[in-house]
Design a protein around this ligand. Structure first.
Ligand SMILES: *Cc1c(COP(=O)(O)O)cnc(C)c1O
Length: 398
């Protein structure tokens, strides 16, 4: 036991040396724009609760009612006795919202990727991913056993040359499947995949396409379905993935697609088959959130979010990575410097995370500002002023 802890302590020391050590901070308030941390009130610019729904009264009421009607736990895997009415209602709502035949809910977005990808491709197949996709997709790709190829971030020439190679590989193995996976809005860079052009390529090379809309569901497209809707390519995407934990304000993950896809995943996605169904009250809350997002409130909240993003971008004189992207990275470079900047913001009352390796590449550390419909104009103005002050200080020091 002593040597076990000693070995782990040494590994942790190594992380500290490289400014990569992380620790949890206990927030003593709900997820909202003002959070309590160690007795201090901070303005929160770190959450993915883009529409400010995580603590909205409508969701709380739906969850409370869900508990009253269905209790707390699901009791079993959905395939045993844990498939409760709120799960099915949420899936019907999701399919209708996304405009697909069917949808399937998982306990988290991470579990969604981890179950779905290895169900679809295996040894003998090929999976092609963007260099910057989320860890859940990388882990799922490795777990699948399929041959993994990575294309440079949003680089269509690189993707095309990999797909040309897959076409040659398939000459002698016609059953070999090729799955391309990308995010739509990228989680740490806030930029967007050129979905229309990726769709052209995947059609040309007869590959399957999976798009993770974790940071776009609820935020893009005329019906706020996601970036695929904005690009008008929804029917060409075999597998649409999303999380219920970001703009939707609850927790869980989902796949939207054909009826056959969903039936297949119910049978083959191991993170679905061998895991207890999501808490029914959380599914009820997610369903209420989607109803809200689709209605007038969704339009109003999104308009507010977009105004705050535009305000911050204008104040800093730095364009957003993609129009209306809710993620605004300020690339700093050295891990140490990003930590200092985050600490300084913390001291002045702003909670903004320094994002470091392994979440992003080494030496590409950054502050990741995220915005919410519930931020006020004044709050964003004070943040922008603080960031400009820090930058001016840095510039005069260097
Ligand atoms: C957050 C995130 C996930 C994981 O979703 P959870 O519901 O938090 O497990 C998957 N993909 C991307 C791109 C994400 O940002």
């Amino acid at each position: 036991m002593d040597s076990f802890n000693a070995i782990l302590s040494k590994r942790l020391e190594d992380l500290r040396q490289r400014n990569l050590f992380r620790r949890l901070r206990s927030i003593d308030s709900p997820q909202q724009t003002h959070i309590q941390l160690h007795g201090r009130s901070l303005l929160n610019f770190s959450s993915n609760d883009y529409l400010g729904l995580a603590n909205a009264p409508e969701l709380k009421a739906a969850a409370a009612q869900g508990i009253a009607q269905n209790g707390v736990g699901s009791g079993a895997s959905r395939l045993v006795s844990g498939s409760l009415a709120p799960h099915h209602q949420l899936e019907a709502t999701l399919a209708d919202f996304k405009g697909t035949e069917a949808a399937l809910v998982f306990s988290t977005g991470y579990a969604t990727a981890l179950g779905t990808i290895p169900a679809l491709v295996a040894r003998g197949d090929i999976i092609v991913i963007d260099k910057l996709v989320h860890a859940s997709i990388v882990d799922a790709a490795r777990l699948s056993g399929a041959q993994l190829r990575v294309f440079a971030h949003n680089d269509l020439d690189d993707l095309r040359s990999i797909l040309e190679w897959t076409a040659r590989e398939r000459l002698s193995a016609p059953d070999k499947q090729v799955l391309i996976v990308t995010e739509s809005i990228f989680s740490m860079d806030g930029d967007a995949a050129p979905l229309d052009l990726i769709v052209d390529l995947k059609e040309k090379y007869r590959a399957w396409l999976m798009v993770d809309e974790a940071h776009a569901t609820g935020l893009f497209g005329p019906n706020r379905r996601g970036l695929a809707e904005q690009f008008g390519v929804t029917p060409q995407i075999e597998i649409q993935m999303g999380t219920l934990g970001k703009a939707i304000g609850a927790s869980g993950g989902f796949i939207a697609g054909s009826q056959v896809l969903v039936e297949y995943l119910v049978n083959r996605a191991r993170s679905f088959v061998f895991s207890t169904g999501p808490a029914p009250a959380v599914s009820a809350a997610a369903r209420a959130a989607i109803d809200l997002i689709r209605g007038q409130q969704g339009a109003e909240r999104l308009a507010k979010l977009r105004a705050r993003i535009a305000q911050f971008s204008h104040a800093l004189q730095i364009p957003t990575p993609f129009p209306d992207s809710p993620i605004f990275p300020l690339i700093i470079g050295p891990e140490q410097e990003a930590l200092e900047f985050a600490d300084e913001l913390l001291a002045t009352g702003f909670f903004v995370p320094a994002i470091r390796y392994p979440t992003v590449a080494r030496g590409k550390a950054r502050l990741r500002f995220t915005f919410s419909a519930t931020h006020t104009q004044e709050e964003v103005a004070t943040l922008a002023a603080e960031v400009l002050k820090f930058r001016a200080k840095k510039n005069s020091a260097s």
